[in-house]
Design a protein around this ligand. Structure first.
Ligand code: NAD
Ligand code: MG
Length: 389
């Protein structure tokens, strides 16, 4: 039996992971499951999978969680330190599916124990890629991509020599507003931005798809994960979301990964790696689909893409600053304090304020990343407060 833990089990990626694990109860023993305020869901998942421990991120949710699990024999815990402790419990495979920079500390703890980390939490690679990779190298841990585009690239590279790769193309759906006229975007509401044309995901990543902040994070993630130089990485709009990524080789071949927009494919690939196993995803009928279309992303509509280029060129703590500013701008939009287009402007302002601070030269430690993250959040809040008026 393989021991598995699921961080962020109550979220969209987490529930899809639970679904796959539940289908093979004989194959897995579940160590830790974690969530946030959705205590009822966490408790029912932990019972269904007979987890060893259930952890909520929030101290004030501890008592309700204890109550919901009383008599079950499942341990309970709460808070950031408890999440890190849960990540230290020996497991053969750990899903990192907390949303945002909060996923970094437990992700690092998981890597320190030399496990296989299935990484959905792209923010940790964007903010602290070098640290994640050196931690994994020191312990012998392995990081497997769960983001659909990166899983697709990873699969396209099996048996290949990375030196033969000329370019990597990741696809973007274009998000909720891809066909809206530009002048309508300023008035777009959080509810409108929270509905994705193709994928069913958490609210934050769904809004990040509409701004393409998600694709910006993914460009950086590609650069960090595969050590490919920024000039070889492209994003292209592909409204059907069936081709997830393409790898171009020096003989001119382009290897495309095609599949339904169902995260259980990428999660399952990471769960079964290095083997493949049956997965309960739709089989595509290409004749019915008929055509696949592609177009250049519009730079005016998606300023986040150019910001990602800046992060990749700058390196160092630029990713932490970019991600933190983006997270606060997203909070501001969700809370109705700023408009849809303001999100990219807030991030641009924070980049401008902090770009003279030698971010690219700084050493990447958990402390330095968290400090840069905190400062960028403060700067973003100040910018938002001005824009709000
Ligand atoms: P979600 O919002 O649905 O779930 C997030 C999970 O993290 C929940 O379990 C929540 O309780 C937990 N969480 C939230 N804030 C926390 C905090 N401060 N501390 C600890 N735990 C916290 O998010 P999601 O859509 O499942 O995305 C999870 C991660 O996977 C993100 O990094 C996202 O970018 C990435 N990802 C998601 C998808 C998708 O299809 N949803 C696809 C690719 C990548
Ligand atoms: Mg993705």
């Amino acid at each position: 039996m393989r021991k598995v833990s699921i961080f962020g089990s109550t979220g969209s990626i987490g529930c899809n992971t639970v679904d796959l694990v539940k289908r093979k109860p004989e194959a897995y023993r579940v160590v830790a499951m974690t969530g946030g305020r959705n205590v009822a869901k966490l408790a029912s998942q932990a019972k269904a999978l007979k987890a060893e421990v259930a952890v909520t991120a929030y101290e004030d949710c501890l008592e309700p969680l204890r109550e919901a699990l009383s008599g079950s024999g499942i341990e309970v815990a709460a808070g950031e330190a408890a999440l890190c402790e849960a990540a230290e419990r020996p497991a053969d495979w750990i899903m990192s599916a907390i949303v945002g920079a909060a996923g970094l500390p437990p992700g690092l703890k998981a890597l320190e124990q030399g496990t296989t980390l299935a990484l959905a939490n792209k923010e940790s690679l964007v903010t602290a890629g070098a640290l994640l990779k050196s931690t994994a190298a020191a312990s012998g841990a392995r990081i497997l991509p769960v983001d659909s585009e990166h899983s697709a690239v990873f699969q396209g590279l099996v048996g290949e020599n990375i030196a033969d790769v000329e370019r990597v193309i990741i696809t973007a759906s274009g998000g909720a507003f891809r066909d809206w006229p530009l002048e309508k975007l300023a008035a777009a509401t959080p509810a409108e931005a929270s509905s994705h044309p193709n994928w069913d995901m958490g609210q934050r990543i769904t809004i990040d798809s509409a701004t393409m902040f998600n694709k910006a994070l993914e460009l950086i993630e590609t650069h960090e994960f595969f050590d490919i130089s920024p000039d070889r990485i492209e994003a292209i709009v592909h409204p059907e979301s069936l081709v997830h990524a393409l790898v171009g080789f020096r003989d001119g071949a382009l290897m495309a990964h095609v599949g339904p927009p169902d995260m259980r494919h990428a999660i399952g690939y990471a769960l079964n790696w290095p083997l493949r196993d049956h997965l309960p995803v739709e089989r595509l009928n290409l004749a019915e689909i008929g055509q696949l279309t592609f177009r250049e992303p519009d730079a005016a509509r998606y300023p986040a893409l150019a910001q990602a280029r800046w992060v990749m060129e700058e390196g160092g703590l630029a990713g932490a600053v970019f991600n933190a500013a983006k997270e606060r701008a997203l909070d501001g939009f969700i809370e109705g304090r700023i408009g849809f287009l303001d999100m990219a402007s807030v991030v641009a302002d924070v980049i401008e304020i902090m770009s003279g601070e030698g971010l690219g030269l700084a050493a990447i430690t958990l402390d330095s990343v968290q400090q840069a993250d905190q400062e960028a959040r403060m700067r973003a809040d100040a910018v938002i407060a001005v824009r709000q008026r």
